[in-house]
Design a binder for this molecule. Structure first.
Ligand SMILES: NC(=O)c1ccc[n+]([C@@H]2O[C@H](COP(=O)([O-])OP(=O)(O)OC[C@H]3O[C@@H](n4cnc5c(N)ncnc54)[C@H](O)[C@@H]3O)[C@@H](O)[C@H]2O)c1
Length: 417
């Protein structure tokens, strides 16, 4: 019998909501096992480890610190899944563990957004470079099978015969985040624009980029954005946020945007104008999370809507079960005709994303979606905030973006003031 090659050991930093998605996705990932979780909330760490073990995706155990986990020779790469406001300290500790020789790692992956602003995102990239780590930016939507397959077909058939696509539309909408820290502009980095437009701008840019071409073939030339707080600043809804945060979140005085849109104009290498249109909201009350995407060109169109699911169930008014998220992420109802996303970890792109990161690390090559992309996304988002703040279209590149902190991230934004 041939000897089995050793699997890459993965340590996850932060054992909350998104870590559970990654762990579930691991049933479709080869050549790597989840062996550790670090979370200062030790109950969360134990629960995440138990989930990994129960799914058979690795003999995960909790660690007392990032350094301890990184220094364990079983661990070869780390996945950063902690809240946005901890990015800097987490990456500093990883980088320090490697540079000081305590840890030997191949790579690090980081959830979106890479930083709360351009400076933080660039710092993440610098720290990864300093420690000579391969870096993966966890933007799951560019790995979603519908997006990847749709792009392949559109470019191979429609674009090849009638010309490249000129317009990509992306929308990411749900009824609001699950934890209080997401709602605090200072902790999260903004409102829905920072939290969800990061997906839309990147996925739409990916669709407009010819297959296999580098990011540099499209140059952003201008951005126009708009933000507002349409629902959650209403006293009735602000009271709900205050209650669920133990009185900390004050949307009457310190709201963040629950609706944002942007229009990014790009030029391709032939000098042709391409447009990305995004819209995102925390005030969409439909069945649950809705991701939509359109790609339009001279003689074709593509469309994706994750709530157009192939599985639907119906429960009559006699079925009064308890509230859950078992049918779809950010589910809003339990009765009536409900769409079910049967394999969320697969359909949203986590399985393919994690396979790509693991295979890249094992081959010793930089993942296709990496921290440089995370920085580019942060630049687009900060430019969008600045455009919304000034109420006008801004040409790229924008001066002073490195030091720009949007008013919402300073706790100083209030559209009703
Ligand atoms: N790709 C996506 O669609 C997607 C979806 C949700 C969240 N996210 C991103 O994932 C990250 C985590 O979000 P979440 O929804 O899991 O949040 P969460 O609040 O559910 O979980 C975060 C976990 O991190 C732990 N934590 C706090 N400080 C830490 C530290 N210093 N080191 C390690 N762990 C720490 C918390 O105890 C908690 O268990 C965020 O950056 C978020 O933007 C991405």
């Amino acid at each position: 019998m041939t000897q089995k090659a050793q699997a890459l050991g993965i340590g996850i930093i932060g054992g909350g909501f998104i870590a559970r998605f990654h762990i579930k996705s691991w049933v479709g990932v080869r050549d790597a096992d989840i062996l550790g979780i670090f979370d200062p909330d030790t109950k969360r760490a134990r629960e995440a480890c138990a989930l990994a073990r129960s799914l058979g995706v690795g003999e995960a155990k909790p660690y007392a610190s990032i350094t301890e986990m990184a220094a364990d020779p079983r661990i070869g790469a780390l996945w950063i899944c902690a809240p946005n406001f901890t990015r800097g300290e987490v990456m500093e500790e990883i980088s320090q563990a490697v540079v000081s020789g305590k840890a030997e790692l191949i790579g690090v992956c980081c959830e979106k957004p890479l930083g709360r602003n351009v400076r933080e995102a660039r710092k993440m990239l610098e720290l990864a470079e300093k420690a000579r780590l391969l870096d993966g930016y966890l933007e799951n939507q560019v790995f979603s099978p519908a997006v990847v397959r749709g792009k392949e077909i559109i470019w191979a058939r429609g674009a090849a015969l009638s010309g490249p696509p000129y317009l990509a539309r992306a929308a990411e909408e749900h009824s609001g985040p699950h934890m209080p820290w997401f709602w605090e502009g200072t902790l999260q980095g903004g409102g829905v624009l920072n939290d969800m437009m990061c997906h839309s701008v990147e996925e739409a840019r990916f669709m407009l980029t010819p297959p296999g071409a580098p990011r540099s073939v499209l140059t952003p030339v201008s951005i126009t954005a708009y933000t507002n707080c349409l629902k959650w600043q209403e006293p009735k809804y602000a009271a709900i946020l205050a209650k669920t945060s133990g009185g900390k979140t004050d949307y009457l005085r310190r709201p963040s945007e629950d609706f944002a849109r942007s229009l990014v104009e790009y030029k391709n290498q032939a000098g042709k104008t391409l447009v990305v249109e995004t819209t995102t909201s925390w005030c969409y009350v439909g069945a649950g999370l809705r991701l939509s995407m359109e790609l339009l060109g001279p003689e074709y169109a593509l469309q994706i809507n994750t709530l157009d699911a192939s599985l639907r169930v119906f429960f009559s008014r006699e079925v009064r079960g308890k509230a859950g998220e078992d049918l779809v992420e950010k589910q809003n109802a339990e009765i009536g005709l409900m769409p079910v996303v049967a394999d969320e970890a697969g359909e949203y792109g986590y399985v393919a994303e994690n396979r790509h990161m693991v295979q890249s690390f094992l081959k010793g090559v930089r993942p296709e979606e990496n921290f440089a992309d995370g920085v580019a996304v942060a630049e687009l988002l900060m430019a969008a905030y600045r455009s919304a703040e000034l109420g006008r279209t801004l040409p790229f590149p924008i001066k002073g973006l490195e030091s720009y902190i949007p008013p919402v991230a300073q706790g100083k934004w209030n559209p009703k003031a």
